[in-house]
Design a protein around this ligand. Structure first.
Ligand SMILES: [Zn+2]
Length: 441
């Protein structure tokens, strides 16, 4: 008997966590943050000494109390990729479990940095499992990471192999034929698994309402190249993107070097992710750029930049207009670097559709506009598959049951329409919300 507990990420885009009980053993998939709630909190308070209970109450991490009776049965905590909405709650939650933590080398490097930065010592052992590899977690259950393209390195589709068939956890993925870093999605392996019995697939449906296929990261790279080489002005170039998108950071770095500009990565999260990428040998950022973590050092460096603006390309945090971020501080004139009509700001991102982001981004764009800065928007492609990617994945895996994931009921409805259109048995698509359980026989 398989029971699925939807702990988080089924009533919002974030704090992903799913627990799967196979007979008397439990596997946990992801433990992530709901970032909007964290940012709300951090605008007014420090995260220092904050507890798991505080974070649950604030809605920042999943509330796993309703699976308390499953605690002793948990055999493994799997983190499918390194994004914070899948990994960042782990340091606060893992102590309540006696189970190994399994992730890829890059994901584990991020988990360790997250724990260390918050002064948390992890109780459970962390085990590296690389894409393409399988690991037995008990006599009856094995875990396999299948390489998948997304927007952070070493992303995986997780297969939980059981005697009832495989359970495929496909949060998050897109089907990218030309990823800038890493290999294509391992279609062969997915096809092999699909030929056997896939009992259930939990599928990232964030963009299921988008009728296309999500374009490749290579297109994002081309767009960025065009802006940097053809449209950017003579002043300072400031780019902003998701720090976890190592492929994008690499593109910024390479274009900056080609222009003979000194490349700077600014901010705590840029430091976290570039260091992790470097530690596991994906991109050696520090060889060709300067990575500056702390605000006082950022300010010091920006004083130098102010004197020779056209010698620098800066990549910084604040792409969602987060109050207090470096980019917002720059736009508000609170930094030694003063932006004007010779300077360019490139948003290599999209606004994540969660509360506050649209408002924050608009405020930031208005501030830049008042300074007549050249602003380039949406120089980006998403890491989440759209409808065509989802259809293709379903046709490869042929799951018996589907649970739409990584969204809220509005996204899940679109997924039901998609399933109906491809003649999927509608009784076997299960729309779930947080803190609901589903039994599959
Ligand atoms: Zn992700």
């Amino acid at each position: 008997m398989i029971k699925v507990a939807c702990v988080g990420g089924y009533s919002e885009v974030g704090k992903n966590m799913t627990a799967i009980k196979i007979d008397d053993e439990v596997i946990i998939l992801d433990m992530g943050f709901y970032l909007p709630k964290l940012l709300d909190f951090e605008e007014r308070n420090s995260r220092k000494n904050i507890t798991r209970e505080n974070l649950i109450e604030l809605g920042v991490i999943p509330n796993d109390e309703f699976i308390r009776s499953w605690r002793d049965k948990v055999k493994a905590i799997i983190v499918g990729h390194a994004h914070l909405d899948h990994s960042a709650a782990l340091p606060y939650m893992e102590k309540n479990y006696n189970a190994k933590i399994i992730g890829t080398t890059f994901t584990n490097a991020i988990i360790k940095i997250l724990a260390r930065d918050e002064g948390i010592e992890l109780k459970n052992e962390i085990i590296n499992l690389n894409p393409g590899k399988k690991m037995e977690v008990s006599k009856d259950i094995s875990i396999e990471f299948v390489n998948a393209t997304h927007s952070t390195p070493e992303s995986t589709i997780t297969a939980v192999h059981t005697k009832y068939g495989s359970i495929m956890y496909c949060n998050d993925f897109k089907l990218d034929e030309t990823p800038v870093i890493g290999k294509k999605t391992d279609y062969n392996r997915l096809k092999e698994i699909g030929k056997d019995n896939v009992k259930l697939a939990i599928i990232d449906c964030l963009y299921s309402n988008n009728n296309t296929k999500t374009p490749s990261e290579m297109l994002a790279r081309q767009m960025l190249k065009e802006v940097i080489f053809e449209n950017a002005t003579q002043g300072v170039l400031v780019g902003t993107t998701f720090a976890s998108n190592i492929a994008r950071l690499k593109s910024f770095l390479e274009f900056g070097m080609k222009m003979n500009r000194e490349v700077l990565f600014l901010g705590r999260s840029m430091e976290k992710y570039t260091r992790a990428a470097e530690d596991v040998g994906i991109v050696n950022f520090s060889q060709n750029s300067e990575i500056i973590k702390y605000r006082k050092d950022v300010k010091k460096k920006l004083k130098e930049v102010e004197k020779n603006k056209d010698k620098y390309l800066i990549v910084t945090t604040g792409n969602q207009g987060e109050p207090g971020s470096i980019l917002v501080s720059m736009a508000n004139g609170e930094m030694p670097l003063k932006l004007d009509n010779n300077d360019s700001v490139i948003f290599s991102c999209k606004t994540i559709p969660v509360p506050n982001n649209f408002k924050n981004r608009l405020t930031l764009e208005k501030a830049l506009d008042r300074k007549s800065v050249n602003v380039f928007l949406d120089i980006h492609q998403s890491g989440h598959g759209a409808r065509k990617d989802i259809e293709e994945l379903i046709s490869i895996l042929k799951p018996e049951h589907i649970i739409p994931g990584h969204g809220d009921p509005s996204k899940f409805t679109k997924m039901s329409i998609l399933a109906k259109d491809i003649n999927f048995d509608m009784k076997k698509i299960h729309i779930m919300e947080n803190r609901q359980k589903l039994e599959i026989d």
